[in-house]
Design a protein around this ligand. Structure first.
Ligand code: PLP
Ligand code: COI
Length: 340
């Protein structure tokens, strides 16, 4: 029985659900892992995660499709990106096939929290791993915990699909040879100062530029950029220091193979952003959030699509991607993992 939750009015927040997955790494091996009702984590005061932030995470969603199935979207790509994050942080990889199975098992165990089709809400799935044993010299932990919890969520940005206003940020998110391309907790810790500042100034997000030259567009704190040119090409920024968004990679495929659009994945200069017809953010949490304006130190870049609704090409991308996720449009082979 579906839980009695006010699905259409859910924000992007945490609601404790019934079960979570926990596996432990000790003496060089993972145990089999299990589902538990215990939502508390008990670790040493000197745990690697607490002292040196040795942690990474993933984010994906489960949906109820039009015909009543529960599915999730490309969990194999989250498994492989988490493996990349673990390798970069000297953490043990949780086997990718077992990651996908654990996602399935965790969603199944919380099936009553998967929002109904058409409610506007989804079940957000958060896999994460951290160093759990005492570490005082700067080195990787020897013991780790891998966990997955779920929480029903609504839109990441208030107003759902309404255009947002963002600002060009003077702080950097990621160094050229740093950790911007993986989903390390530390990338988010160092964004908190400037996201609070952005919110205080009335902006929804920060546009980060490349740290080396501050001339190229990277991404925001929690999503990649998409731009549409005046002649309808999808342009997405390419850089070694942005997170390879699964939504962005999926949109590039959808644009080319479903909508017959031209797609460019290349360096994007801040100077050329004013020439785009439409702009948006894309990610699991953000889905596609249209950008109405970008504030560059008081100078406004206003997109012709305006502040009232999504631009027409962004809308087509949004409808096609969410159509695939919700089972209204046939998905490419392997994109949809059926849970129940
Ligand atoms: N960029 C950052 C910094 C993110 O945190 C996220 C969220 O996961 C994304 C991009 C979007 O990635 P994905 O589409 O895989 O969710
Ligand atoms: C996601 O989209 O899954 C993320 O991890 C972004 C985060 C800012 C909520």
């Amino acid at each position: 029985m579906s839980k009695n939750i006010d699905w259409p009015n859910l924000g992007f927040g945490y609601i404790k659900t019934d079960k979570r997955f926990v596996a432990n790494f000790k003496d060089g091996a993972w145990d089999g892992g299990c589902l538990t009702e215990d939502d508390k984590v008990v670790i040493s005061e000197c745990a690697g995660v607490l002292q040196y932030a040795q942690t990474c995470f993933e984010g994906l969603k489960a949906y109820t499709t039009e015909d009543g199935k529960v599915v999730c979207f490309r969990p194999d790509l989250n498994a492989s990106r988490m493996a990349d994050s673990c390798r970069r942080l000297r953490m043990p990889v949780f086997p990718e096939d077992e990651f996908v199975q654990a996602v399935v098992d965790t969603v199944k165990a919380n099936i009553d929290y998967v929002p109904p089709y058409g409610s506007g809400a989804t079940l957000y799935i958060r896999p994460y791993m951290f160093g759990s044993n005492p570490v005082i010299g700067v080195k990787p932990a020897d013991e780790y915990q891998f966990r997955i919890f779920t929480t029903p969520v609504g839109p990441y940005f208030k107003g759902g699909a309404k255009p947002i206003v963002i600002r060009v940020c003077d702080y950097d998110r990621a160094a050229p040879h740093g950790t911007g391309h993986i989903k390390a907790g530390l990338n988010y810790a160092m964004s908190l100062y400037q996201i609070v500042e952005a919110h205080e100034e009335g902006f929804s997000e920060n546009m980060y530029l490349d740290a080396a030259t501050r001339t190229k567009v990277e991404e925001t704190g929690g999503a990649n950029f998409i731009f549409i040119t005046k002649d309808g090409t999808l342009v997405t920024p390419k850089s070694n220091s942005i997170l390879p968004s699964i939504t962005r990679r999926s949109l590039m495929y959808v644009a080319e193979h479903y909508l017959g659009m031209k797609v460019e994945h290349r360096e994007v200069y801040l100077d050329e952003v004013k020439d785009f017809a439409e702009a948006g953010l894309c990610g699991t949490a953000a889905v596609i959030s249209p950008i109405g304006k970008i504030n560059d130190h008081g100078k406004e870049i206003c997109f012709p699509s305006g502040m009232d609704e999504m631009g027409p090409v962004t809308k087509k991308l949004y409808d096609t991607l969410t159509g695939i996720q919700m089972g209204r449009i046939e998905a490419p082979e392997g994109w949809i993992k059926e849970i129940q």
